[in-house]
Design a protein around this ligand. Sequence first.
Ligand code: HEC
Length: 143
Amino acid sequence: MIGTTISSGNRFRLVAGVVLTLLLLSVVVTACGSSGSGTGEGGTPVGDSDRGRAAFISKACSMCHRVEGVGQAVQDVSGAEKAPDLTHIASVPLIAGTLERTDENMRAWLSDPQAVKPGTLMPKVSMTEDMMNNIIAFLSTLK
Ligand code: HEC
């Protein structure tokens, strides 16, 4: 019988080992989950593109940018007349003619357009990390 052959000291070490392993595992999982990356393993977006589409409208992106099927941009704010149509943004090679179009660069662009391209008319739109991931996921569906 195993239970009867393990002394109480050994049993303590066994339990401590299991607890430590579980702790380490949860640390690794948490670290991976909070990497802030727009893509998960295999390049699949971590954001939800449907919620990104809703955020694209609620965060006023659609005031300036037209996306086919998301309604006509109002285009009555300053800078709107220069805002590119984003219907096929997932197929263009460069963001704002400046940065290679990757999810990480899209994050950099949306976080601070002025830092990427000084003088650009694209405003910085503040949003939560979740919304950012969702909008990036939505933009990556616009092939
Ligand atoms: C006030 C109008 C305005 C708003 C609001 C706005 N943008 Fe822009 N956006 C622009 C302009 C102008 C450009 C062109 C920037 C340049 O090339 O200098 C641009 C460029 C972009 C580009 C690069 C397009 C390309 O063809 O390379 C993306 C992507 C983008 N915007 C996404 C967004 C998203 C997402 C939002 C909402 C969070 C948003 N924009 C809100 C005006 C706007």
